[in-house]
Design a protein around this ligand. Structure first.
Ligand SMILES: [Ca+2]
Ligand SMILES: [Ca+2]
Ligand SMILES: [Ca+2]
Ligand SMILES: [Ca+2]
Length: 610
């Protein structure tokens, strides 16, 4: 059995949490059998499963949705070849990119001499291993893998002198088998500057001053790692992907605990964040990175910040309930904050990010303000869909222009999300903070961009305190709003009662139960403006609902009104107003366009029934 032929126990726990939201657990049928390293779903054990139901096979790969860990990508299914280095689990065995380091030239670092006495003058074999990662850094060339044996790596940094050359010829650092490899107390855990094609896998990092720093680097894969700072932050960002770092893939990791209260009496501040992509204060094209199936929690100012373009953030879980000591006796001396922020100082930048199928929950009370949203968006034209927003302190989602003309939240496409029980701020009794979704310009003057063209469709709002959607100095008539279920009674989810522990991501089940009023109650997202016969270019009113996957994941499947075939989008042209699809279709002008749906029309919410 080679390294990563099996999955460690802690990785299994992560997978269980991530799969519940990555689409793999969203199907109508039973969860995966136990022999694929995913524990049984607690919901089934509690007798709450809705049953197998009919076979839905949107991607027509011959595997029904419940057994297909991605039913919107025909290349991903049980039995498919595992595609290496894409950060995805192509064969649905519960592990991404397994076996992909086998066959590379292997070296060993073994500080505790488990396989043989270590010496950096050794050849680096399993029985004659090196002692230090520092030596590996200077030695590895493209095509090499260094396996790290169990132990504490105090003060070490992953910082290769060379780059890999291609996806197949990488430089890789991996924990050996299931062994527990822990870096501790380094100035940097990982520091890559102008490096590419590097893989880091299965390593725990504790209390490094800076965790994962990817600077001007590309095609770096980081999987099954943990970055945690119980000792508190030493700078603003625990991890950063910046200065034009692109096409990096961060998957199946845990990023946690980077934040505290700073300042002094009368001016307490919320300090630090867990991971930033791009730069809030400069144009930084750290675009098209993939952040998939990670768990993020406990940041000071936020957990994840995105300040760049076309990044894909999919199937992650976020929470930031009150956790760090602060001077708020009314909160028991503990503060939290927002989960995710998309911000910019340059309104023409930092657009078109995709936030899909994430859980964004339990934002907390900051050290410096009275409330926080789950997701705060101050940039344009992002796709925010199929996320579950619940129990956030103020809004689940806040679209705002906090920085005046530095910000512009126009043109976001907010669809098929669930907003449950947001907007009950512990300390803030101001009505704009008490809703599911808020669109706000704080000042109604020319120094604040108007917010226009926001699409809000097919979302389900339930048990948010005051309103589903609240507009503050924003013209509702200038947005595209329709097909939502806005505080209209029980939406008929499979399981949405009670209050989960913030770490229990499987507690709610936002699939629709039989008889749900959300079934077939959504709208088509856009409509064609041309007609076609066996054609592949659809002109549509608004192509911005859809993504071609940015070269990171498969393009969206779309399905036309009155048709059963879902086909993949291969290009989205905003300027031309077109979608190009992989398989020819025939349609008339005015035909509705949706993500894949069953029945007569799309459903409301995250999951299509049955
Ligand atoms: Ca399928
Ligand atoms: Ca599939
Ligand atoms: Ca796999
Ligand atoms: Ca893969």
């Amino acid at each position: 059995m080679g390294p990563w032929g099996t999955t460690t126990g802690w990785a299994r726990l992560l997978l269980a949490a991530a799969l519940a939201w990555a689409g793999c657990g969203g199907g109508a049928a039973a969860d995966a059998p136990d022999d694929v390293a995913v524990p049984d779903d607690a919901r089934e054990d509690a007798g709450r499963d809705v049953g197998a139901g009919p076979c839905i096979d949107f991607d027509r790969d011959g595997v029904c949705r419940g057994e297909d860990c991605d039913d919107e990508n025909a290349a991903i299914r049980p039995g498919a070849p595992e595609v290496c280095h894409n950060g995805l689990d192509d064969d649905c065995d519960g592990v991404a990119d397994e076996g992909c380091l086998e066959g590379t030239r292997a070296f060993f670092v073994d500080p505790d001499s488990l396989g043989g006495s270590c010496d950096d003058a050794h050849p680096g074999s399993q029985t004659e291993p090196w002692c230090t990662v520092a030596h590996a850094n200077t030695t590895l060339v493209a095509g090499d893998t260094v396996y790290l044996r169990a132990g504490i790596y105090a003060g070490e940094t992953i910082r290769p002198a060379n780059s890999g050359k291609s996806a197949a010829a990488r430089i890789s650092y991996a924990a050996y088998g299931d062994e527990v490899v822990t870096f501790k107390g380094s100035v940097y855990c990982v520091r890559l500057q102008s490096r590419s094609y590097v893989t880091i896998r299965g390593i725990r990092f504790r209390d490094c001053e800076r965790n994962l720093y990817l600077q001007a680097s590309h095609h770096v894969n980081v999987g099954y790692c943990e970055f945690d700072n119980p000792g508190g932050p030493t700078t603003w960002a625990g991890s950063r992907i910046y200065e034009g770092s692109t096409e990096n893939r961060i998957h199946d990791c845990v990023f946690s605990r980077y934040g505290n209260e700073s300042g002094s009496a009368g001016a307490w501040e919320d300090n630090a964040c867990v991971l930033d992509i791009g730069n809030d204060n400069a144009v930084d094209e750290s675009d098209r990175n993939l952040v998939v199936r990670n768990t993020f929690f406990h940041g000071g100012h936020h957990v994840l910040g995105v300040y760049a373009n076309r990044n894909v953030v999919r199937g992650n879980t976020f929470h930031n309930e009150n956790w760090y000591p602060c001077h708020r006796p009314e909160m028991g001396g503990l503060c939290g904050n927002r989960n995710v922020i998309l911000n910019t100082s340059f309104p023409d930048h930092n657009i078109r990010n995709v936030l899909d199928r994430n859980v964004i929950a339990f934002s907390g009370v900051p050290a410096d303000q009275d409330s926080s949203a789950g997701l705060s968006v101050r940039t344009r034209d992002n796709i925010i869909r199929r996320n579950a927003f619940y129990h956030n302190d103020s809004s689940g989602l806040a679209l705002s222009a906090d920085g005046g003309n530095h910000n512009d939240a126009s043109g976001n496409r907010v669809y098929a999300n669930v907003f449950l029980h947001n907007g009950y701020p512990a300390l803030d009794d101001w009505r704009p903070r008490q809703n599911g979704l808020m669109l706000a310009r704080w000042v109604d003057d020319a120094t604040h961009n108007p917010m226009v063209g926001v699409a809000i469709k097919n979302n389900v709002f339930h048990e948010n305190q005051t309103y589903a959607i609240y507009y503050y100095y924003v013209d509702e008539a200038a947005q595209f709003v329709g097909g939502n279920r806005e505080e209209a009674g029980d939406p008929g989810f499979v399981a949405a009662a009670g209050v989960p522990d913030p770490f229990d991501f499987g507690f709610y089940d936002f699939r629709l139960a039989p008889g749900s009023p959300c079934i077939d109650a959504g709208e088509f997202l856009t409509r064609t403006t041309n007609s076609g016969t066996n054609a592949t270019v659809l002109k549509v009113e608004d192509p911005g609902y859809f993504t071609d996957g940015e070269g990171l994941v498969a393009g969206d499947l779309i399905q036309l009104e009155g048709q059963e075939l879902a086909v993949a989008v291969t290009a989205v042209d905003d300027a031309a107003g077109t979608l190009t699809v992989a398989v020819p279709l025939s349609w008339s002008a005015g035909t509705g366009v949706s993500l894949p749906y069953a029945g007569a029309r799309p459903d409301q919410g995250i999951h299509e029934f049955p």
